[in-house]
Design a protein around this ligand. Structure first.
Ligand code: PLP
Length: 477
């Protein structure tokens, strides 16, 4: 039993850390024994947890026993190779170890002084990623928790560039301020709307520009929307183009958007949360032509670079623009060193040491190792697409530029009946256990998605998904 009020002693810590290492190794090795989605009802976990915190300390072994019995089996297994829903992710070995080391150091990298190595490693890994993406050296980066926050920070910088007075005066009650408008496609992620809520633009001022037959933002429609807003006395400030949209992974025409933004003096933010990872391969970087002309870019290594959640890199062509929007140094945080203070580049003061896990991932795999995995994922998605196309019971619902396939079953019947059939189909497949697919609406119709992104996903998992779809189709038809 622990001494009241004392941390674990070194011997206890060492023994427990070894047990945790074993738990993790066993979990990763045997994750396929679990269904991807735990077969439990809402409330099932809480019902097994005490309503109150323990009054007396408990042994770490008892806590780890409960972890093993209650927690591990009842999570959704994002680290399962059959996880093919949303965007599949990976907590890879080096990434997990990086998280553990960061927790041990427990530094708070708000100022250079509060952890020189954490700040300089963050600068370094962001530079490495910038190099892998073939972006000019002027781009500098920092790491946020999520793409949602990276996009919010980028749009705050855009707002500051458009009207620096907002920092002091805010937006409300100002007769001199027109509505501030942000443009993105009808396929862009909802995080753009959330940023508009938080930054005071309002969701109504996020202009959803229509996308073309391949779900890419229509650059002509974008130009017209901007012109119409100017004519109506509104103030365009930024365009958010997406490289790898959430549903179909389409890539907006970045070069055309960049040229328009340069002419119109608008901030161009590129949401490359998903496809930015693929762009470390030259053949996929080509699909993101014009990326280098963005003002800011978000890439999530926690999506497709095998780094555990959370890790979102925000790269800015003029990092000074982020500083101008956010730098605010209270007296107690003033320092004299000529160094980067990462708290100046966003909302938060305290910052986790996320760079450590990304550094370990980039070094463990090397650029070539990462490229090899990404190419394999794209190959697997291509195989699945070919099986869908070769089977008259199914059809693809969108092009497949990367590792995500949008498809649907097409039984005879009206569109509404087909939609209902697809919902039932995906529920049947997911209830089986070995794989997890997601469903959504695309232009009003239900579609299913298979996204390859977990490091451990092999051809047999993708084949299993297809076989389960065929079996469920036969049962339901
Ligand atoms: C294109 C795109 N952007 C942004 C996000 C939001 O990501 P995060 O969870 O890191 O905020 C997502 C989520 O899947 C996404 O698909």
């Amino acid at each position: 039993m622990p001494k009241p009020g004392a941390d674990m002693d070194p011997a206890q810590f060492r023994a427990a850390a070894h047990r945790v290492a074993d738990l993790l190794a066993d979990y990763l090795e045997g994750v396929e024994r679990y269904p991807v989605l735990p077969k439990i009802q809402p409330g099932a976990v809480r019902a097994q947890l005490p309503a109150q915190a323990p009054a007396q300390g408990e042994s770490i072994d008892a806590i780890l026993d409960d972890y093993q019995a209650l927690i591990e089996p009842n999570v959704t297994h994002w680290n399962h190779p059959g996880f093919l829903a949303y965007f599949a992710i990976t907590g890879s070995g080096p990434g997990i170890l990086g998280e553990a080391l960061a927790a041990g150091l427990n530094v708070n990298a708000m100022l250079w002084r509060t952890s020189p190595a954490a700040v300089e490693l963050e600068e370094t890994v962001c530079d490495w990623l910038r190099g892998l993406l073939e972006l000019p050296a002027s781009f500098k980066g920092h790491i946020n928790d999520t793409a949602s926050i990276s996009t919010l920070v980028a749009l705050a910088a855009a707002r500051h560039r458009a009207d620096p007075a907002v920092r002091e005066k805010g937006l409300a009650g100002r007769g001199d301020l027109q509505a501030l408008r942000v443009y993105c496609s009808d396929q862009a992620h909802s995080s753009v709307d959330k940023a508009a809520i938080a930054l005071g633009f309002g969701v109504e001022n996020v202009v959803r520009v229509k996308s073309d037959a391949d779900f890419r933002m229509d650059a002509n429609a974008l130009g017209k929307a901007i012109a119409a807003d100017r004519a109506a006395g509104r103030r365009p400030i930024a365009v958010v183009a997406t490289a790898g949209t959430t549903v179909t992974t389409s890539v907006d025409p970045l070069r055309a958007a960049a040229e328009l933004c340069a002419r119109e003096k608008l901030w161009l933010h590129v949401d490359a949360a998903y496809a930015g990872s693929a762009a470390i391969c030259p053949e996929f970087r080509k699909l993101l032509d014009g990326l280098e002309a963005a003002d800011s870019i978000v890439v999530n290594p926690h999506k497709w670079l095998f780094t555990p959640v959370d890790c979102s890199v925000l790269l800015a062509r003029e990092p000074g623009a982020l500083r101008a929007a956010f730098a605010l140094v209270p007296e107690y945080l003033k320092t004299s060193e000529a160094a980067t203070n990462l708290m100046d580049y966003g909302v938060q003061l305290g910052r986790r040491f996320r760079a450590l896990k990304l550094w370990m991932v980039l070094r463990h795999f090397g650029a070539e190792g990462l490229r090899e995995r990404i190419r394999e994922h794209v190959r697997l998605a291509g195989l699945f697409k070919a099986w869908i196309e070769a089977d008259a019971r199914f059809e693809c619902a969108a092009p497949v530029p990367f590792s995500t396939v949008c498809f649907r079953a097409v039984p005879k019947g009206k569109p509404e009946a087909q939609d209902a059939f697809n919902e039932k189909l995906v529920n049947e497949v997911n209830a089986a256990g070995p794989v997890f697919l997601s469903s959504t609406k695309l232009r009003g119709r239900t579609i299913l998605r298979l996204a390859v992104g977990n490091l451990r996903t092999e051809e047999r998992h993708v084949r299993r998904a297809f076989d389960l779809l065929c079996e469920a189709y036969a049962r339901l038809a």
